[in-house]
Ligand binder design. Structure first.
Ligand code: NMX
Ligand code: MLT
Length: 433
């Protein structure tokens, strides 16, 4: 995979140089004042090679939609139906679809790198048990940073042409170690600090499920799907953009990823997956039923909006249709748990919420995003501790942001530093001064 990546990156680098030589002055868009003040929506300002988001169609990873990935990526050998995220990583990094052997070699490589040093567990153990799992996770990642090959080689004076190599090494090691760190946090916080040794015969996601304490084959398949669909969402989302930005200062992959995951931990981004289940559980409690009907749901949604809160799991900064990651999870639910009450509530919410949000006249996307479905599938298998869910999102997101960071360094992308303005200056512009 590394050699293939290097060939591709060298070719891409030469191609980009030529594009910029010939077309570097081409205007790629204009920027309005509203965009400057309102979260830079719609401004094209980044290059991310691993995936591309279409507002109507949703995400494509190197050109492949989620249903195509489910069809074309290698599966776990014991009759698995969901794609192996190892294969997705290979695809995002090299641009090529891997065969089963290639995906297996990624699994083996990550298994070999997966030993987590004891001081990482000590750092997590130093935190009180009530600490949010995402805080524990980022502390664990920061403790892993002691192992950074990039930081070491930079200190020794590495040539800038070679940056990508230790970044590749760090990215692979970080991804390899995350399942153990994530499982350690879960077992420490929720399962009496009783930990489970890795199983070297399993794949990356299967082993995560195993170390979390879930041996059900359905849960392992869910983890493969989950780790695949959450991996990447082009470059402008908060976690990917932050990782890219911090990496552009040549902060090593551990520092850059930890920064990105602090962004993922926000309720408008990845933490929305915990907020969805919390909101449904609160609704069930308020209504005194675990199967609210559509009228009851509609009333509860209106109450949420009247209280000045968002409906978690709905809306998106770019998407304008139902998120295909929602649809993939709905299909998984229909196949594996069609009668589950909570999952059916998620489907009823899907019927009720969009017209209500549409009626507000300001919500640009009334449709569900990935987070509105993921928690209910986890609860089905017994993982009810919703504060933990964003950690799973974070483990998956490592695949996309680390593949992109390797590309950033291979393409020699510079420090990211856009220009900001003051309102005083804006007023001067408006006055024509
Ligand atoms: N419920 C209620 N109001 C909403 C919602 C929602 N789900 N989505 C957007 N709005 C409001 C938004 O708060 C804003 O109101 P105001 O003008 O009063 O500030 C207005 O609609 C316009 O916002 P948009 O331009 O449609 O959305 P924007 O691009 O700013 O934000 C989100 C996108 C995702 C932050 C927003 O839709 C939201 O807060 N959704 C709920 C949280 C969520 O599900 N986040 C997860 C996103 C996916 N992920 O994993 O990261
Ligand atoms: C993501 O997966 O990062 C979210 O859908 C948010 C986004 O794309 O902005």
């Amino acid at each position: 995979m590394k050699e293939r990546f290097k060939e591709k990156a060298d070719a891409a680098s030469a191609e980009i140089k030529n594009i910029l030589k010939e077309h570097g002055n081409k205007v790629a868009g204009e920027v309005t004042l509203s965009q400057i003040y309102q979260g830079m929506r719609g401004i094209t300002g980044l290059v991310t090679e691993t995936s591309l988001l279409d507002s109507q169609e949703g995400i494509r990873f190197r050109g492949y939609s989620i249903p195509e990935l489910q069809q074309k990526l290698p599966k776990f050998p014991d009759g698995g139906e969901q794609p192996l995220p190892e294969g997705l990583f290979y695809l995002m990094l090299t641009g090529d679809l891997p065969d089963a052997e290639m995906a297996e070699s990624v699994t083996d490589n990550w298994m070999r790198r997966s030993h987590v040093p004891n001081h990482v567990f000590d750092a997590i153990d130093a935190l009180p048990l009530h600490t949010h799992p995402m805080t524990m996770f980022v502390v664990g990642v920061m403790a892993l940073q002691t192992e950074s090959t990039f930081a070491k080689q930079y200190g020794e004076g590495i040539n800038k042409k070679d940056y990508w190599d230790p970044v590749y090494d760090d990215a692979m090691t970080l991804i390899a170690r995350l399942p153990r760190v994530a499982a350690y946090i879960y077992r420490r916080k929720y399962k009496n600090n009783e930990h489970i040794h890795p199983n070297g015969l399993l794949d990356w996601s299967g082993n995560l499920a195993h170390m979390l304490g879930y041996e059900d084959k359905g849960f392992m398949e869910l983890m493969r799907l989950y780790m695949t669909i959450h991996a990447d969402h082009e470059g402008g989302n908060v976690s990917a953009h932050t990782t890219h930005l911090v990496g552009s200062a040549l902060s090593d992959p551990y520092l850059a990823y930890a920064a990105g995951m602090n962004g993922l931990a926000g309720p408008l981004h990845g933490l929305a997956n915990q907020e969805v289940i919390k909101w449904i559980f609160e609704m069930q409690e308020a209504l005194g039923t675990d199967a609210p009907d559509k009228v009851q749901i509609a009333d509860y949604v209106k109450k949420t909006l009247e209280e000045g809160k968002v409906v978690p799991g709905y809306g998106h900064a770019v998407l304008r249709k139902t998120d295909p990651r929602f649809t993939a999870q709905m299909e998984f639910g229909k196949k594996h748990m069609p009668d589950d009450k909570l999952v059916n509530t998620v489907w009823n919410i899907y019927e009720v919420v969009p017209p209500i949000l549409q009626s507000l006249g300001k919500v640009k996307n009334p449709w569900p995003n990935v987070d509105s479905h993921s928690g209910a599938l986890l609860v089905h298998y017994g993982m009810v501790e919703y504060e933990y869910y964003t950690v799973l999102f974070a483990v998956s997101r490592a695949l996309g942001v680390m593949a992109s960071l390797i590309w950033d360094r291979a393409l020699g992308f510079p420090l990211e530093r856009p220009k900001s303005v003051t309102t005083k200056l804006v007023k001067q512009w408006l006055d024509g001064k």
